[in-house]
Design a protein around this ligand. Structure first.
Ligand code: DHE
Length: 544
């Protein structure tokens, strides 16, 4: 035993090139193929498996594990996906790319560099200082009903006027732009790309205009802004996957102010080198950001009232934290611990752990959906990557303690591989998608339930083939219908029909919420790979 340990230590101490010499039959790629595969890994795989490939939503892909599966099995899994929630890539990657990426993940992972506050400052561009911005709104657009639409593979967002359904402006953003969040005033949209670029768009100009930009990390997924009384629009916060850290910035200029690493121990007490920042919500009652740290399984409540003496309350929940949102009272934050098949609940008022709720496999709520259930009162809903159900969880411990933090009902979804559920306080509908389903029919459809019927035994869902309604014709990529988002009034729901391929047409289908009939299809050659849609009013006020 002692001898084996000594050998391992000697190997670890050797320079990389020498230790590689021991593995004579190790998989290799040409420098060019390795660089191209590294790019694909970063763009398509790192989000689920981690830059260091330690695994989270996806499996651990360190060479010891991936090599066990072998080249041909890996190629099949990557090409066709699995029922466990891994999507298929055969419609996006060429045969050679599939082959090379299967080899690449059997080679040792390479850690990208760190990214300090100083590095960020060097990339910070204040295009328009605050005192040179408009002092009043210069356009006649109803800003409350503007949708910021992610054009994923174009690295752009489209600002669509929700009243006229016309594109008001297209703004260049980071690579594989991910989400938009709106400042509490409703004036600024913060858009974050996977490459760490954060753009701040001012909606008061005649056309949407970027007033500040910064590169906040190498890989980022989340952003939000301060919403507590007295701190409206004052700060922004960006959560990075790499380096694993969060950064607090000036909310009006994006000047980086404070950088905090999330490296450390997990809920199991083990050290983790890459605990990535997943979802962030901003408390409306306290000067706090709630930051979900994926690999540690901890939620950090970060008090931003004093950045010099920053106070963090670290709450143990479960691994691996991903996406989440508020209950209807906004007292509780519910977040998916997706690898544990649990929803974690944090009490924002008390600053404490509230509950862990066991659910079906791999919950994936987006921000979730809050409905008033005829039998169980206020409940929060999530759908699942790993199961064809929509889970309803009671959220009212005061008036309905018998249902609180329990799964009160499981509704059938038309398929697994779902990403988002949606409703609106003015709607009687609860919707769920299943865009990552390998079956084209299921990937292109949505399920909808009437909330007022959920108490009875006869609650029947309607399944709507949204992709067919878009009439895009035959496309190489699957027509994945993703992320319903309501308009301001709550009488329309918008779905993206995402072909996942920037050379092919995509669309947004607008459905009348009462009749569930298609009202409008937005088609435009500028709408390249639309995915997430963020209505200004609903995002500004966390309405879902
Ligand atoms: Fe997302 C939210 C991470 C892939 C569309 N996604 C989130 C959040 C996280 C996350 C942590 C929560 C942010 C918050 O609330 O602060 N997403 C990841 C990944 O790690 C993952 C799985 C893989 C990756 O490499 O990025 C991933 N996400 C996707 C997509 O492929 C989607 C479907 C299309 C796209 O545009 O990238 C996608 N993610 C979204 C959307 C939201 C989101 C639309 C916001 C939902 C909302 O209602 O707020």
């Amino acid at each position: 035993m002692k001898k084996r340990l000594r050998t391992a230590l000697t190997l670890a101490a050797l320079p990389f090139s020498v230790s590689m010499a021991f593995a004579a039959d190790a998989p290799t790629l040409s420098a060019e193929a390795k660089a191209a595969s590294g790019k694909i890994y970063f763009e398509r795989c790192a989000g689920c498996h981690g830059m260091l490939r330690k695994g989270a939503t996806g499996k651990n892909l360190e060479p010891a594990n991936s090599a066990k599966l072998g080249q041909s099995r890996l190629e099949k899994v990557i090409g066709y996906g699995t029922e466990g929630g891994m999507p298929n890539f055969d419609d996006i990657l060429t045969k050679d790319e599939l082959k090379n990426i299967a080899t690449y993940i059997q080679m040792p992972p390479e850690a990208p560099p760190e990214w300090s506050l100083d590095d960020m400052k060097k990339t910070w561009k204040l295009h328009v200082p605050v005192d040179q911005r408009p002092t009043r709104k210069m356009n006649s657009v109803n800003l409350n009903n503007v949708f910021s639409v992610t054009l994923r593979d174009a690295g752009e967002v489209a600002l669509i006027d929700g009243d006229t359904k016309q594109i008001w402006g297209i703004v260049k953003t980071g690579y594989a732009v991910h989400i938009s969040r709106i400042s509490l005033s409703g004036r600024y949209i913060h858009v974050v790309g996977r490459d760490g670029r954060l753009d701040m768009i001012d909606l008061w100009y005649e056309k949407p205009t970027v007033v500040a930009t910064i590169k906040a990390g190498f890989e980022t997924r989340s952003v939000d802004t301060s919403k507590a009384k007295g701190y409206e629009d004052k700060y922004a916060v960006v959560g990075s996957y790499w380096p694993p850290q969060y950064t607090i910035l000036d909310g009006l200029t994006l000047e980086p102010l404070k950088n905090v690493s999330t490296r450390g121990t997990t809920v199991d007490g083990a050290y983790h080198p890459e605990p990535r920042v997943a979802s962030i919500v901003s408390s409306t009652t306290k000067p706090e950001f709630l930051i979900s740290v994926k690999e540690t399984g901890m939620v950090k409540m970060v008090d931003y009232s004093d950045l010099t003496n920053l106070r963090e309350t670290t709450i143990n929940t479960a691994k691996f934290l991903h996406d989440g949102g508020y209950d209807s009272s906004k007292r509780y934050f519910l977040v998916a611990a997706n690898a544990s098949n649990k929803i974690a609940v944090v009490d924002i008022k008390e600053g404490k752990f509230e509950a862990l709720v066991d659910t079906a496999k791999i919950p994936h709520p987006g921000r979730g959906a809050n409905i008033n259930h005829p039998k169980y009162g206020p409940v929060w809903a999530t759908s699942h990557l790993g199961a064809d159900v929509i889970t309803l969880i009671g959220t009212d411990p005061k008036n309905r303690p018998e249902h609180a933090w329990k799964v009160v009902q499981e509704l059938k979804n038309h398929g697994a591989n779902s990403l988002f559920v949606k409703t609106h306080p003015k709607s009687d509908n609860l919707w769920a998608d299943s865009p990552l389903n390998p079956d084209p029919k299921l990937a292109g459809s949505v399920t909808v339930y009437k909330v007022s019927e959920l108490g009875g035994a006869d609650a029947k869902p309607e399944v709507i083939d949204v992709a067919a309604a878009a009439r895009l014709g035959q496309t190489k990529g699957l027509q994945r219908v993703v992320q319903g988002e309501y308009n301001e009034k709550g009488d329309e729901i918008w779905f993206s029909v995402w072909t996942g391929n920037k050379t092919e047409p995509s669309a947004i289908v607008v459905i009348d919420d009462k009749t569930r009939k298609v009202k409008h299809v937005i088609k435009d050659k500028r709408l390249v790979t639309p995915t997430g849609k963020f209505n200004v009013h609903n995002t500004q006020h966390d309405v879902y």
